[in-house]
Design a protein around this ligand. Structure first.
Ligand code: 2AL
Length: 238
């Protein structure tokens, strides 16, 4: 099966990190294609960035060969509903995947994110995906997305330790696709489940494909009605 893992930001180095995590999580017989869109922000750490990452994400889906499933590899899950309307296979967001797996591994989880301004989006997504008291805290490292590197491990682990104690949580969710390469080391240091959404989403995507399950096209997630689009978005007309 082919899973397209789309990094909705336009930084190739981050797509490479995402690709490594996705390939490591994929089972035999799964082909991972990690893609950087041709338009959009270098990183996504504001609502503005997030809104403007969606055209590039949707263009990637409609302008390339169909895949069996799609992963949106940004923790804000930008454009998830829109992607479900137009993608020929199931679409999974990494926050959606990570939070769902976290709820199967403990009574509550904490999210470790990048800038403090991204915490609201993480809380909004937790409210969408989880029952109350599943997400017990969202904590910011204050490391900008494009400054994440293997040397960020120390800060992520220290903040995760604080989160486990302060929130009384049982698991840690990494709140940025750029943290994917920190997951194994953070797990070893913390001794609790640490969930990288990229790996989680690939695993769930494989399961959906294997079970022959795809997005319902009844009503809300049906293909969008045809209409013209004006200006720079004219090419998005269906
Ligand atoms: C992210 C992410 O996963 N990719 C990106 O550009 N920004 N998330 C975040 N919390 O900053």
């Amino acid at each position: 099966m082919l899973i397209k893992v789309i990094n909705p930001n336009t930084t190739d180095a981050m797509t490479a990190t995402i690709e490594s995590s996705a390939r490591a999580a994929a089972g035999p017989g799964t082909l991972i294609e990690a893609i950087t869109p041709v338009m959009g922000p270098a990183s996504i750490e504001s609502h503005y960035d997030e809104a403007l990452s969606v055209p590039g994400l949707l263009h990637t889906i409609t302008s390339t060969e169909p895949a069996d499933a799609y992963v949106i590899a940004c923790f804000g899950d930008p454009g998830l509903d829109a992607a479900r309307e137009i993608a020929p296979g199931p679409v999974i967001g990494i926050a959606e995947a990570a939070m769902h797996l976290a709820m199967m591994l403990g009574r509550g989880f904490s999210v470790i994110t990048t800038l403090s301004r991204t915490r609201g989006r993480a809380w909004d997504l937790a409210a969408r995906y989880c029952p109350p008291r599943a997400c017990l805290g969202v904590h910011a490292t204050d490391i900008p997305v494009l400054d994440l590197s293997p040397s960020s491990l120390k800060s992520v682990v220290a903040l995760a330790r604080h989160a486990l104690d302060h929130d009384g949580s049982d698991a840690i969710v990494l709140g940025c696709a750029g943290m994917a390469d920190l997951c194994a080391a953070a797990t070893a240091e913390l001794g609790v489940p640490v969930i990288d959404g990229v790996a989680a989403a690939v695993g769930l995507a494989e399961t959906l494909v294997r079970l022959g399950l795809s997005t319902s096209t009844r009503d809300e997630y049906a293909f969008p009605p045809p209409k013209t689009y004006r200006g720079p978005l004219a090419g998005f007309a269906r």
